[in-house]
Design a protein around this ligand. Structure first.
Ligand code: 5GP
Ligand code: MG
Length: 182
């Protein structure tokens, strides 16, 4: 049994490995059906998407191309757009291909709004967004078209399955929630 390293007084289990995997499979079934016979490119957003992407691609019954981007978002405050910098870009030409952006969680939506607009300008045949978790109440951007959502959550800060606690705990198979957000 892997030790979580999390303080049980601060964190409580929110989603079990089995619940997460069931949600991943459900999303994979939807995407497999919708993109059957199409040229699909998955664009994963590093680093948090790593475990989800690995499980998601293996749960698909179609065979997509896989790319990754890494973005750094400097927020001035919660409501402003701040600046988003691309630390690692995609190498592939997206023109005429069907693009599905893959995220593990969407919060304010600012990082994804930036990426969505940028990839759209590469003239793909279509562009959609899939996320394992969504925090719709936290959204500050308008018109972010999120087509595939695994699990809707409220405000709590989540840790595990790619979601970090100061860059650690990404390798946990279960997800934990902070009990008392400050
Ligand atoms: P957004 O631009 O939507 O505000 O930021 C999305 C990113 O913030 C996610 O991809 C993730 O890296 C991080 N994030 C959002 N909510 C959480 C959370 O509950 N826990 C952790 N560890 N990271 C989160
Ligand atoms: Mg992410």
């Amino acid at each position: 049994m892997k030790r979580t390293g999390l303080d049980e007084r601060q964190f409580t289990k929110a989603f079990s490995k089995a619940e997460i995997q069931a949600s991943v499979q459900k999303l994979a079934d939807l995407v497999s059906a919708d993109y059957a016979g199409k040229n699909l490119v998955l664009v994963g957003v590093l680093k948090g998407v790593l475990p989800f992407m690995a499980d998601f691609v293996r749960a698909l019954s179609i065979d997509p191309e896989i790319e990754f981007v890494r973005l750094v978002h400097q927020a001035r405050d919660r409501t402003s757009m701040g600046t988003v910098t691309i630390v690692k870009d995609i190498q592939l030409d997206l023109r005429g291909k069907h693009v599905l952006i893959v995220e593990e969680i969407i919060d304010s939506g600012r990082t994804l709004k930036f990426l969505y607009e940028r990839l759209k300008s590469a003239e793909p045949a279509s562009i959609e967004i899939a996320t394992l978790f969504d925090k719709p109440r936290r959204r500050v951007v308008e018109d972010l078209p999120v087509r595939y959502v695994g699990i809707e959550v409220g405000d709590p800060f989540l840790v595990g399955y790619g979601l970090d606690l100061e860059e650690k705990c990404r390798n946990l198979s279960d997800i934990y929630a902070l009990k008392y957000p400050n």
